[in-house]
Design a binder for this molecule. Sequence first.
Ligand SMILES: *Cc1c(COP(=O)(O)O)cnc(C)c1O
Length: 820
Amino acid sequence: MMKPISIEELAPLIQGKIIQKNSHHLIEFVSTDSRKIIKSETTLFVALRGFKVDGHFFLKEAYQLGVKNFIIEREVSHFTFSNANIIKVGNALDAMQSLAAWNRSNFSGPVIGITGSNGKTIVKEWIGQLLSVKFDIAKSPKSYNSQTGVPLSIFGIESHHRAAILEAGISKPGEMERLEQMIKPNVGIFTNIGTAHAEGFESQEQKLHEKALLFKDSQFIIYRQDHQAIHEFLIKNFSSDRLISWSQQPGADYTLSIKKEDSESKITLIKPDLGLFTFSTRFTDEASLENLRHAIVAGLTLGLSEQDIRKTIPQLTTIEMRLTLKAGVNQSLIIDDTYNNDLAGLDIALEFLQNQRQKNRKVVILSDLLQAGDSDFVYNRVNALIKHYQIDLLIGVGNEIKQLGLNPPCSTLFFESTEHLLSTINEIPFQNDLILIKGARAFAFEQVVNALQERIHGTVLEINLNALRRNFTFYKQLLEPKTKVMVMVKAFAYGGGATEIAHHLEQLKADYLAVAYTDEGVALRMDKIKLPIMVLNPAPESFPNLIRHKLEPVVYSPSFFKQLGEYCQSNQSHLSIHLDLDTGMHRLGFGEENLKDLVDLIQDYPELHIASCYTHLAGADEAIHEEFTKKQIELFSSMCDAIQNSLDYSPIRHALNSAGIVRYPQHQFDMVRLGIGLYGVEVNGMHGSALQPVSTLKTTVSQIKALKKGQTVGYSRKGSMKRDGKIATIAIGYADGYDRRFSNGNGQVLINGKKAPVIGNVCMDMTMVDITDMEVREGDEVIIYGEGLSIIEQAKSIGTIAYELLTNISGRVKRVYYLD
Ligand SMILES: *Cc1c(COP(=O)(O)O)cnc(C)c1O
């Protein structure tokens, strides 16, 4: 909630023109999404033009919800907002950012601004937790760090907050200047700088320069002196009294050295006054230890004592930072958000719940919100959120949350403590429900997740839905705005699980889906997927299902065209179809020689509507096939023209697969067919670092054995110890889709950040890996492919391609979906 502002005060702030004033309502909230409006009368709706969605299309919806104040860029003719105020601006994003800057300027507490290549969100969360021991803190929800995320975060800063922590993320020059004008941090933190990928910058120097713009007017800048490039840049460009450096070695303002032990690390702090202090943490990985030290220095800078910090460190965790979808008891789906519990996070989690596919009931298990401030205000907001998202059952845990029971917006159950809930949880009849589990750390709700989760052991395939979104956006940015995107979700969405991914693609506003067989399309329809679906290989037995489920078959030969046309005629039904034109792939499709027949057939069977014509490129991923590809494209165009001439409408044209989008953007026609790229594999090798792996195949270590030189491992005694050492048996085998060709050192897995080669033959359900000289314990996580272990490389090592490895992951491997 902002300080209330009237439309007259607002207009000059954002250089807008009031074109209508018909309401006296002041503005306290800002929304860009009509689905998320809660206090409509005091909400300002900003019609942003996103890369796919234009807020102007939702003005009517917002008005009907009771919104009285609007910022628009252009007038919409088809209806009037008679009881509202309207400000017209040149650019709605600029306007929203100016309003955010104004809200920031009304806040007198310190603002901490965080930027850098990695760790921003974790550092923000951890500083938030450290500071909230003493102060009431505002912080950006999740990783709201973009041009639209930052203003929305700033609107969440309220008068009762004592400090605010905001993160700033940029991907091109010019963006930080805008973020800085809104955030105006008093204290800045520069987490680190990546060299791996350029993140959209020309050089390291440019990247440093851009990121450091955040600190233009900061009083203090916290950074790690061991990052040479950052250190050199900052001492050259900022006066030394503003810099607060820390380092592993002596010589910085704070020395924070690390001693790693078996299951914890000790951080020793040597302060400028030569005071000495030790913190213990269970983190032993480098990234967490760096993030933690940033948080410690920030805490000290903002006036926390070492004791305050020491108390909170054991509660800091990274694992549950993300919203995770897990299979629950009795076909329920669990959304695990047990990391923290504040209003902003609750709103996001509820929205996530809303966006899942429909189940029986929407259930929320919620602890007290350990958020300082007026508790009436907080729980009124919770009430409003529960009502807005139409929750069916609220299960409250704690003493404070009981007050929701006075005026329940849905069915409720209350428990004094997590123990009380756990003692009766098996008696609550969950059945095919969507269950959001959200609690403050102190409530240890991971136990609740445990109790309701369907047991998954051993091997899982984790699907990162945010990575999916980022990859989708990457390809969208290579395309003209008008080009449609068909996403290939054949073969179980390249192994990732068709329904969940299709559902997400609907949210991302993909235009079309494609599956291999009719059954796959039927399954998607059963799961309420509404997008148009193309079926690549429809068998005649499946014609009734095509019609019944509005699936759109590919037609690839005159005889098949005729067969389908006859079927539709005799059943008096219509179908949209897609014509596969063979221009050189020589798989399925009409050849040039079939064109005349095809044109006649189109006339004979008007029941078949030609939704699109397409061709498939045989060598889009390699430069050596460029000549051939150009010929394919030319032939395709001329065949399309011939078909078009016999029609009084224009079918969609499409030719490019993932590799083609990257290599031949000039031939995108009306639509492209995105496949493997969406799942994080860039087969050209041109933009590999811009994509993120979507799926990570993981398993665990079942047993560790010490073996002597010469002892053999596994069937046929194929593995042999070259020296004394140890092996780990991991819970994955060829029945899970772990290819047997990985046997005998051809494959590697990642354990605790280090690669371990396969020793001996891969078995049906197990594999042995050599872990000599590595620190590994039974139960440790093992990455088979994913972040840190490239699936492309693993595929290469056994002479295949990533496509095969992805689609071979067996159905018995559980799929787990999460947002990072
Ligand atoms: C599988 C497939 C695609 C997608 O190919 P990717 O290489 O995964 O992008 C496109 N078009 C057709 C006809 C396909 O069968």
